[in-house]
Design a protein around this ligand. Structure first.
Ligand SMILES: CC(C)(COP(=O)(O)OP(=O)(O)OC[C@H]1O[C@@H](n2cnc3c(N)ncnc32)[C@H](O)[C@@H]1OP(=O)(O)O)[C@@H](O)C(=O)NCCC(=O)NCCS
Length: 148
């Protein structure tokens, strides 16, 4: 399988929702058109997805990062995060946030810094994920994107 991530189309939504739901990740607040989402196909089957949701002009939330169970452990999430960071920079974002109960160590290893929820930028405090979809135990991590 070539690791070619491409922008999700609105028609990818059922497959994206199914993959996220199977990993107990929220889908109720997905953007309708999946703007900012990248997907990886294995043949016709959705193998991975993830998105960057712009929160304001400079900050984005990395969200819905998921890899199909049989394909985990091969570096797909690592490559997907790199592609999402490139997309964010292309869109003029300078900061990325992540809220996670599962992959804080993964994010830390990739330059995200754990940050107190009390110190969260206003832009993230107003998201559905921060306000309830992600549990209070979720770790907030923030990364300043390097300039290109
Ligand atoms: C988390 C997830 C996306 C990782 O995908 P992956 O393609 O297997 O990840 P990679 O092969 O790129 O592994 C990269 C790193 O993640 C770690 N990792 C993989 N799966 C993990 C998991 N379930 N929990 C924590 N860390 C995990 C690996 O140990 C590896 O760490 P290292 O490079 O620092 O040694 C995948 O396990 C998944 O879809 N999990 C369910 C959904 C989820 O929890 N998403 C996070 C939402 S914020």
């Amino acid at each position: 399988m070539t690791r070619f991530f491409h922008p999700a189309e609105p028609s990818d939504r059922p497959a994206v929702e199914a993959l996220l739901t199977a990993s107990a990740l929220p889908v109720s607040d997905l953007p309708a058109d999946l703007d900012g989402f990248l997907i990886l196909l294995d043949g016709d089957v959705l193998a991975a997805c993830g998105g960057v949701e712009p929160l304001d002009g400079t900050t984005g939330l990395v969200r819905s990062l998921v890899v199909a169970p049989p394909l985990r452990g091969q570096g797909i999430a690592d490559a997907l995060l790199t592609s999402l960071e490139a997309l964010a920079r292309k869109r003029g974002l300078t900061t990325l946030c992540m809220l996670t109960t599962t992959i804080a160590a993964f994010a830390k290893a990739r330059g995200f810094i754990p940050t107190s929820r009390a110190a969260a930028p206003l832009a993230i405090q107003t998201t559905a994920q921060f306000q309830g979809l992600c549990p209070d135990s979720a770790t907030l991590l923030i990364k300043a994107l390097p300039r290109t």
